[in-house]
Write a protein that binds this ligand. Structure first.
Ligand SMILES: Nc1ncnc2c1ncn2[C@@H]1O[C@H](COP(=O)(O)OP(=O)(O)O)[C@@H](O)[C@H]1O
Ligand SMILES: C[C@H](O)[C@H](O)[C@@H](O)C(=O)COP(=O)(O)O
Ligand SMILES: [Mg+2]
Length: 475
């Protein structure tokens, strides 16, 4: 019987504990536990409820107690950039403040007065997002210097969960690159940059690579659960695991479609050219030191907020269905305008934007949904034009992975707008990539190319082509 492993994928909107193993040259993935995730307000900041999230992880582990063939390992991945600080007794001294919190307002501007944007980009290759860890730490230095002085350990969210499991402290590489404090060429913490910002270099931990073993469950956890597990770190940046699971070995564009839409390509070296800086593309670290040359697009966060504002009266599937009933509604918003990062009321923000740009204002839920999906597709098309201009290559396919790959309307819109073949799935790409990294560590899988063939052979993929005007007429 092949070894099985547990992948814990916690995105900004939901988390899941998945059991993965190889069977007859296919990857079997079973959902053990699923839970919601959302920001909560704590002491005037938007935070993640990491205590509850860890209880949910343990709830998933406890469901494995009765398994005859128990998993042998576990790995956890989450969203990027966010972190906690520990004191000399390994106790939390900060909340897990969320990247949408306004504490970083103005920080990027201050930091790039000290370190010019061009230098920061040439050294790290990382996009300029106001919520990057570098700006969060700089905000802490200015707003709560006493916390930074007391800090002995910096752990990103998945690092912290791995620490709770094993007692071991390390920063995993793919997620560490999203801090904008790792040098893209040395692959190490950039001490010159950290010192220049007056941040304490010694809090950063040794960088561990995907597939490396961090440790095993702490004794008290083994007693609580009744079994042990080894921790092999996956690409703990969720998008790093998702990209590993793109079911394609030929060069392709991918869209990791969840709360965020991460659109890009995989590359063997960082692309830090001026155009990439101007277009705000990033070079996040991947498995086996590959690079994820991609761009953050606001993503399905917008429809998540719309759904919440309608008091969850409509499911995501219902909102997609309603959007189809408004084919004549064509207003578009610039989804990457920072006004959509954390508005009080997303629907009102979209309506205001349409009014300001003299476009038809959406009122019906279907009109609002259509505006979101059309606008996302528009932003994807713009990013693809930028990618093809910089790489000087025309791509035939776009692989849409993640929860958003279930949005058939959006998949068709992407195909129609880009005139490319859209291949949708797997839905749980991130968890699959997490499993694959562990199975590679356990020598159940060898190379990434082999893993991608297995993934393509294991999960349903749906293809979309640009509709001709005749087909559109038949819609
Ligand atoms: N049945 C569905 N139809 C259309 N879209 C869906 C469906 N289920 C989920 N989604 C989309 O998937 C998104 C969640 O994707 P997921 O990858 O789980 O996000 P994250 O990892 O950021 O929490 C939702 O915001 C929603 O837009
Ligand atoms: C804030 C980051 O850009 C964000 O974490 C992004 O990198 C990401 O991975 C989002 O993942 P979701 O699954 O929450 O969309
Ligand atoms: Mg996700």
């Amino acid at each position: 019987m092949n070894q099985s492993c547990l992948a814990v994928d916690i995105g900004a909107s939901s988390g899941r504990v998945m059991l993965g193993q190889l069977a007859n040259d296919q990857l079997q993935l079973d959902e053990i536990h699923r839970f919601n995730n959302k920001m909560v307000e704590k002491k005037g900041h938007f935070c993640w409820d990491i205590d509850t999230l860890f209880l949910e992880v343990k709830a998933g582990l406890k469901k494995c107690r009765e398994f005859e063939n128990k998993p042998v390992s576990i790995g956890i991945d989450t969203w990027a950039v966010d972190f906690v600080l520990l004191d000399e007794n390994d106790q939390l001294i900060t909340d897990a403040v969320a990247y949408r919190d306004p504490r970083t307002d103005g920080m990027m501007e201050e930091v790039t007065e000290i370190i010019k944007k061009e230098r920061l980009y040439l050294d790290t290759g990382i996009q300029f997002q106001k919520f990057n860890t570098i700006y969060q730490l700089y905000a802490l230095k200015k707003q709560q210097p006493e916390l930074l002085e007391k800090a002995k350990t910096f752990l990103m969210i998945p690092d912290y969960f791995h620490f709770l499991l094993t007692g071991k402290k390390a920063n995993e590489y793919t997620n560490a690159t999203t801090t904008q404090l790792v040098n893209a060429f040395t692959k190490k913490w950039d001490k010159e940059l950290i010192d220049a910002l007056g941040l304490p270099f010694d809090i950063f931990q040794p960088i561990i690579l995907p597939k490396e073993k961090l440790g095993s469950l702490k004794e008290e956890l083994v007693e609580e659960l009744g079994f042990s597990l080894d921790v092999y770190v996956p690409a703990t940046h969720d998008t790093g695991s998702a990209v590993l699971a793109v079911p394609e070995n030929n060069e392709t564009i991918y869209i990791s479609s969840g709360t965020w839409s991460l659109i890009g390509i995989e590359n063997s070296f960082p692309i830090c050219i001026t155009k990439a800086l101007d277009y705000n593309f990033t070079n996040e670290g991947g498995v086996d030191y590959r690079f994820r040359f991609l761009k953050n697009i606001m993503g399905l966060w917008m429809i998540q907020e719309v759904k919440r504002l309608y008091d969850d009266a409509y499911s995501f599937a219902k909102l997609v269905q309603l959007s189809k009933q408004h084919s004549s509604f064509t207003s578009i918003v610039n989804v990457d305008d920072q006004r959509f990062l954390k508005p009080d009321d997303m629907i009102k923000e979209i309506q205001a934007y349409c009014k300001e740009t003299n476009q038809q204002v959406p009122h019906e839920p279907g009109e609002v949904a259509k505006c979101v999906f059309d606008s996302l597709a528009e932003s994807y098309q713009k990013a693809i034009v930028e990618i093809e201009e910089m790489i000087e290559k025309e791509y035939e396919t776009i692989h849409v992975i993640g929860g958003g790959s279930q949005n058939e309307q959006l998949n068709q819109l992407i195909a129609d707008k880009t005139k490319k073949i859209v291949c949708a799935g797997p839905v749980e790409a991130t968890a699959i990539g997490n499993v694959v990294a562990q199975l590679m560590a356990l020598r159940e899988l060898n190379e990434i190319a082999d893993a991608r063939k297995v993934i393509a052979n294991s999960f349903e993929l749906k293809r979309y082509h640009a509709m001709t005007s005749v087909e559109e007429g038949m819609e």
